[in-house]
Ligand binder design. Structure first.
Ligand code: ADP
Ligand code: MG
Length: 662
């Protein structure tokens, strides 16, 4: 059912669509990012800095100045607190002095003036009791108020399709509630217990979906390949042009893959190696071997920026070899795309690099023999299968990931025949990235300048402001605000060139700016996590991450991987005011991706994974790791279903569902 059926006006429907929400069911499944427990009221005398609390107090005065609304609240503890809103003067009309309200938000204690503040809190006047509950916090929808979003979700819950695809038998067996019950509890949990049970249901859904897709993938897998590749003379020619030797890890990975290709055994390999270990070169060499033996190959990457970078590098590194390289991405002009697709179909293009665009229906290959998926955890199982379906049975499949997983788990995800090849050696001359946490932003800017003076470049990463505005935190800078700040700071060093990638830019502009940065036309580039995966600029030696506490640990490690890619000493600077943050501590303690991955798992809770749409396989792998027994049980059930055709028919629709990122 379309969202329009709820009687929502067109402009609001568009806002939902931009967030990927099209149907009433999508909306009902738009789960909170987190919850606040406002069942307990905190006396103002006891509030602590940075805590998110609910207080109940009486308004003593409301002051409106310019765009700032400031109100003084006093409660029974006899203490007072200021609530503030920026850029929202009309709010003042809603607030009446001498009335009692409940305010929920994050506390800031200003030690200099000894005042307590709460910026942009949620607040309710009448029927305070009704708001003393667990409050959901949603991801922000551009242009929409929290109230509107919550109302819409409520209407969606009332009319959404409540039929349950899961057999009652399984509900019992796995001790999970019905879809409809769980949905409501996710949005309006009475208590923690109800929420946990609901989460269990969606963990089941995710694991079951993933398990079914994995089982489906195992059907028709063959161990022989028609794509036999007897020669590999290309390697030598290619290596002669490289300014470095391969590391042992790279050699071993190549060797074990090539030995199979040579004999016509089907390759199914997962190449895992920490960020910066040099996986791209391995991919390129395999593609060249395919071309030398008369076959096509394709390299698929999760972002346009990364795909484009691979494409340009492949062209550059193979320029005298006489192969034709083609690039495909979703945002290309129709005419250009058509041309490339024609070349792929005729076989004129041997080496194909692209984004998800390469798995579109209209792309057909002449004789595809090798598929390589870079940053594979960002895609879903279905996407990987769709890529392999572009070739005949027995296509060689290589996936590359910087997020390491244990062999047993790899076997679940890629099949029993998977070869897990781990690159543990880093290229020669690399120095581990020094990681520090600091609070003083200006100090970081000053340190960056010292690097810039030596010819180096810097990344600055800002968090994406994701939360609903009820929680809008005044202490987070956007990319734009950071740009202004830095412009001012570097006024005294006019030779410093600063660029930014803002959310409003087109994909082509973003690619352009990153290309210019990699050609050293900018000293500093400011962005959100768009540079998270794969971007390779060896001359960059500093990455400054603002509000570092807001990022996930795995994400921080990926971001750190943007530096330390050349021979210069590099630095990762975590800007944060949190003193005892375990994620930031882990980052400062180790640069080992395996240790980071373990810690990440340890620090996350189940709720973390539910409702995160865009993380591809990673989410499912993490879910499996954190619920091993549950997943074993689900897997057993899936296997049973595959032996019972009647039941299988009920669930086959799951195999079409695309769960990767869009
Ligand atoms: P990742 O494994 O994170 O994908 P990349 O393939 O992007 O890493 O490689 C990181 C950098 O290391 C690139 O600049 C690449 O050219 C360089 N590199 C790769 N292999 C070697 C090597 N054997 N010796 C030196 N530098 C290398
Ligand atoms: Mg890479």
């Amino acid at each position: 059912m379309e969202i329009e059926t709820l009687g929502i006006p067109k402009n609001k429907v568009t806002q939902f669509q931009k967030k990927g929400l099209f149907t009433v069911e999508d909306l009902a499944r738009f789960f909170p990012r987190k919850y606040y427990d406002f069942r307990k009221i905190t006396p103002i005398s006891q509030v602590k800095d940075k805590e998110v609390v609910a207080i109940v107090g009486t308004l003593e005065e409301v002051i409106v100045s310019n765009k700032l609304v400031r109100a003084k609240v006093r409660d029974n503890s006899g203490k007072n607190l200021y609530v503030l809103w920026f850029g929202n003067p009309y709010l003042a009309k809603k607030l009446k002095t001498k009335e009692t309200y409940i305010f929920c938000g994050k506390i800031r204690i200003d030690t200099e003036y000894n005042t307590r503040q709460m910026a942009s809190p949620m607040f309710f006047g009448t029927d305070i009791k009704a708001y003393q509950r667990i409050i959901p916090v949603y991801s922000k929808i551009q242009g929409m108020s929290t109230d509107y979003l919550m109302d819409s979700i409520r209407s969606a819950l009332a009319v959404a399709d409540k039929s349950d695809y899961v057999e009652p038998l399984l509900l019992n067996k796995f001790n999970i509630p019905k879809n409809a019950v769980a949905l409501r509890a996710m949005h309006e949990p009475k208590d923690e217990k109800e929420l946990q049970i609901a989460q269990r249901r969606f963990v089941f859904d995710d694991l079951f979906l993933f398990g079914m897709q994995l089982a489906n993938q195992q059907q028709g897998v063959v161990s022989r390949s028609p794509f036999v590749m007897p020669t590999c003379n290309t390697i030598k020619r290619f290596m002669d042009n490289l300014p470095f030797d391969l590391t042992d890890g790279q050699r071993q990975a190549l060797r074990s893959i090539y030995l199979k290709m040579r004999k016509g055994e089907r390759v199914n390999a997962l190449v895992q190696g920490d960020v910066g270990s040099g996986k791209t070169i391995v991919a390129f060499i395999l593609m060249l071997i395919s071309a030398e033996n008369g076959f096509q190959s394709v390299l698929m990457a999760p972002t346009t920026v990364l795909a484009k970078q691979h494409y340009l590098e492949l062209i550059e590194k193979t320029k005298d070899m006489g192969y034709k390289v083609g690039f495909l991405s979703g945002d290309m002009k129709a005419k250009e795309k058509k041309e490339i697709i024609k070349g792929i179909e005729s076989g004129e293009i041997q080496l194909v690099v692209g984004t998800h665009a390469v798995i579109q229906k209209d792309v057909a290959f002449q004789n595809l023999a090798l598929t390589i998926v870079d940053e594979e955890h960002r895609f879903g199982v279905v996407q990987r299968n769709e890529l392999n379906e572009k070739a005949k049975h027995g296509v060689h499949q290589v996936t590359m990931s910087a997020t390491p997983i244990p062999r047993t788990l790899a076997m679940s995800v890629y099949g029993d025949s998977v070869d897990v090849l781990t690159i543990t050696t880093m290229p020669k001359g690399r120095k581990p990235v020094q990681t520090i946490q600091i609070r003083n932003e200006d100090k970081a800017y000053e340190a960056m300048y010292r690097q810039i003076k030596q010819g180096r470049q810097c990344y600055v990463v800002c968090p994406l402001i994701e939360d609903s505005e009820s929680e809008a935190l005044a202490d987070v800078d956007s990319v734009e605000a950071t740009f202004d700040k830095m412009k001012k700071f570097y006024n005294k060093y006019p030779e410093v060139n600063i660029a930014m990638i803002s959310g409003k830019m087109k994909q082509s502009e973003i690619t352009e700016e990153i290309a210019k940065f990699s050609q050293n036309k900018y000293d500093i580039i400011i962005s959100t996590t768009i540079i998270e995966v794969g971007v390779n600029v060896p001359n960059a030696t500093v990455i400054l991450i603002k509000n570092a506490e807001r990022f996930g640990l795995a994400q921080l490690h990926q971001l750190r991987g943007r530096v330390g890619r050349g021979s210069h000493q590099s630095y990762c600077v975590l800007l944060s005011e949190e003193k005892e943050n375990p994620k930031l501590k882990a980052m400062c303690d180790t640069t080992d991706g395996f240790k980071i991955a373990e810690k990440d798992l340890e620090l996350r809770g189940t709720g973390d994974f539910i409702g995160t749409k865009q993380s591809g396989n990673n989410k499912y792998v993490m879910l499996m790791l954190s619920n091993p027994n549950f997943f074993e049980k689900v897997k057993e059930e899936v296997n049973r279903i595959y032996t019972e055709p009647n039941r299988l028919a009920r669930y086959t629709f799951l195999n079409e569902k695309n769960i990767g990122n869009k």
